[in-house]
Design a protein around this ligand. Structure first.
Ligand SMILES: NC(=O)c1ccc[n+]([C@@H]2O[C@H](COP(=O)([O-])OP(=O)(O)OC[C@H]3O[C@@H](n4cnc5c(N)ncnc54)[C@H](OP(=O)(O)O)[C@@H]3O)[C@@H](O)[C@H]2O)c1
Length: 330
């Protein structure tokens, strides 16, 4: 089968299309014929070696990359009783989705409702479940609370704004351009800060009368984190969940004290998707919100599988305004 196989850590050019063996489903697994694979920043971190020392997300070379997909069940391993061949499913957090077929542990598979297109299902698994655990578990937002979402026009950002608004929070967001202001505003953001024109912390403090927000969700990392910590209200929470601008190597504990005894966490999605119930619960919530028209998903661009390198250049270039997908031709 065709797959994007990375042989050495490096730039987008390492996304090479190869012929590899079609996987056989082991006991407890089902094989999925992939329709759409999601492109996410985690694929960039795996490709360029950022996660070379991660135990949670292992990156043995050579490796087929991609951590999210939707498609149909094509074969079933021993002992799997709750799935059938032909069933539409989606999954995330299993490496190998930039491929025609993937063998997936059955507990990681989510049945996709008939009224949810497969491209939307792929878009909702990794970015949607991230937005869900951030707003419902890492810091469960309540009516009347406030949050700052960086990169509000991005894939996770657009979903997180919508979930935060559904929970009754006031949402502040940072974006780079006026076009992205419109996108974030359409998703429900109350205040959009053009961080290239103004100091985002000064602006946020002005907007909150010097108080700060209950929680900051920071996916940008290196260029924002020190200011993000100082955007949090006294004893609030700063969630660093990404590194779009580069990895944050260290935070001095005293800087958290000086910011107002702020709490700090750096979560992995895998720790919030640890059981079948948790995975199906979060995905089920997202599918329901879509049905109730309380959540919209923007597909930015669909690339052919062979063009995964271009998709990586696109996401690393900060161009995304929604979901990037790879389409696997039948
Ligand atoms: N820890 C977890 O559980 C978890 C799970 C999923 C995703 N994530 C993280 O969430 C983040 C967002 O993922 P996504 O797929 O939705 O991507 P995305 O938000 O669509 O794209 C990243 C955005 O970050 C902004 N950005 C700021 N500085 C940047 C820079 N130097 N280079 C590139 N972009 C920059 C850009 O928006 P502006 O133009 O508005 O600045 C860009 O559009 C990633 O960092 C990812 O690793 C974490």
């Amino acid at each position: 089968m065709k797959a994007i196989n990375v042989h050495a850590f490096g730039g987008p050019e390492t996304c090479i299309i190869d012929d590899v063996e079609i996987p056989e489903p082991a006991a407890g697994e089902a094989r999925v014929k992939v329709a759409f694979a999601g492109v996410n920043f985690i694929d960039v971190y795996m490709r360029n070696g950022t996660y070379a020392r991660s135990h949670t997300y292992k990156t043995p070379l050579p490796m087929v990359i991609g951590m999210e997909a939707s498609g149909t069940v094509d074969a079933i391993g021993e002992g799997v009783t709750d799935l059938r061949v032909g069933q539409r499913v989606a999954f995330c957090l299993l490496r190998g989705s930039y491929a025609e077929f993937v063998a997936v542990p059955a507990w990681k598979l989510v049945p996709v409702p008939d009224d949810v297109p497969l491209e939307i299902a792929a878009a909702l698994m990794l970015q949607g479940c991230t937005a869900h655990y951030l707003s419902h578990s890492a810091f469960p937002l309540q009516k009347g609370q406030s949050c700052l979402v960086h990169a509000g026009a991005g894939g996770v950002g657009q979903l997180l704004i919508q979930l935060a608004k559904n929970l009754g929070a006031t949402v502040f967001t940072t974006v780079s351009t006026q076009e992205k202001v419109e996108i974030a505003r359409n998703r429900g953001a109350d205040h959009c800060i053009l961080y290239r024109d103004v100091d985002f912390r000064e602006e946020l403090m002005k907007l909150t009368s010097g108080k700060g927000v209950d929680v900051v969700y920071d996916s940008v990392g290196k260029t924002t984190i020190m200011s993000s910590i100082r955007c949090v209200r006294r004893r609030g929470l700063c969630v660093l969940f990404g590194a779009s601008s580069g990895v944050v190597d260290a935070i001095e504990p005293l800087s958290l004290a000086e910011a107002g005894s702020v709490f700090f966490t750096r979560p992995h999605l895998a720790d919030y998707m640890a059981t079948a119930d948790e995975i199906r619960g979060r995905a089920g919530d997202l599918f329901r919100l879509m049905k109730e028209k309380l959540l919209s998903v923007a597909i930015d661009t669909v690339f052919p599988l062979a063009d995964a390198a271009s998709a990586h250049r696109y996401i690393e270039g900060g161009k995304t305004r929604g979901k990037l997908l790879l389409k696997i031709e039948p």
